[in-house]
Design a protein around this ligand. Sequence first.
Ligand SMILES: *[C@@H]1O[C@H](CO)[C@@H](O)[C@H](O)[C@H]1NC(C)=O
Ligand SMILES: *[C@@H]1O[C@H](CO)[C@@H](O)[C@H](O)[C@H]1NC(C)=O
Ligand SMILES: *[C@@H]1O[C@H](CO)[C@@H](O)[C@H](O)[C@H]1NC(C)=O
Length: 366
Amino acid sequence: MGSFSRILFISLTVCSVVVANFSVSSEARAFFVFGDSLVDNGNNNYLATTARADSPPYGIDYPSHRPTGRFSNGLNIPDIISEQLGTEPTLPYLSPELEGRKLLVGANFASAGIGILNDTGIQFFNIIRITKQLKYFEQYQQRLSTLTGPDQTTRLVNEALVLITLGGNDFVNNYYLVPYSPRSREFSLPDYVRYLISEYKKILGRLYELGARQVLVTGTGPMGCVPATLAQRSRDGNCDPELQRAADLFNPQMIQIINELNSEIGTTVFTAVNARRMHMDFISNPQQYGFVTSKVACCGQGPYNGIGLCTVASNLCPNRDLYAFWDPYHPSEKANRIIVSQFMTGSSEYMNPVNLSTLLAMGERT
Ligand SMILES: *[C@@H]1O[C@H](CO)[C@@H](O)[C@H](O)[C@H]1NC(C)=O
Ligand SMILES: *[C@@H]1O[C@H](CO)[C@@H](O)[C@H](O)[C@H]1NC(C)=O
Ligand SMILES: *[C@@H]1O[C@H](CO)[C@@H](O)[C@H](O)[C@H]1NC(C)=O
């Protein structure tokens, strides 16, 4: 082989490897995540914000045993969904590692502290509000497009699984943050919920415009029952009725906008995830799920370990698998596994209209 043809041969080989590397493989299903701390894989580590989980004991049960920015002792809900998809966990969008073929796995745009409304989480300063997360999703698609071309990018996004988790902070870190908060003076609870829902519908519509076609939308969990709420508002250890009422108002209206959007589009793009119900199972009967308690957080201080943040100075339970709540607001990895198993195989009371195993089977390419 002459030196010119040798060079040509080598460059052709290099080219085909590059192409092979960036073609959207037939097995991979990308995964995109939007929302708040329940699903943030570490974006806030890259931001000047107080909403962060970047110091021990966060991550104590993560494979690296180090904090990663996840609000969990170990894996969070998106990580466990990634396991089910057979893919690597999604990287935070702001991670410098998210480049090249790693873009094919998807991306996590979530940011702890945010809500449906722009004014939710203002106390945390620099966080990625939902409209910014959607802008980043557009930017991601432009970046992927330079590697795979626009058609492959559109295909990858259309076939991807998408998870969006919003709403909890609009209550706990806005409406109920302080007595007589601006939003609670502006709106009665039912009017506030209607406003949130109308804004949520716009966000979901935008996600569809950006190419999302298989979207799991979680409602709010049982906010009245988390250790933080028990510590602040409960005298007897029972769930706070006011915050439960907020979730009871929010969730059915969320299902309603999902049904509306699906019928406007003419097909099932959005699936409602009943996060309240999934949590209530183990909150009502912790022992049945192998927990010693669902009231006391593993990591924290004060009543129910529900006051302040989880830090190195906090009480820390020795066996995290025995606690439904890792910190005052966030489930333990063990609880996250129970939740994701309901995503996978739950009845229509948990996943509406279909569960994730059915959804993934329907989307399987022939
Ligand atoms: C793909 O890219 C990686 C580096 O990113 C390289 O090690 C590998 O050989 C490439 N080719 C294939 C076909 O995997
Ligand atoms: C939130 O902020 C974005 C960007 O500044 C803006 O486009 C959007 O209309 C705002 N939403 C509301 C409900 O004010
Ligand atoms: C949920 O998943 C299970 C197991 O894959 C399946 O048998 C069941 O029919 C599904 N239910 C719904 C409502 O999709």
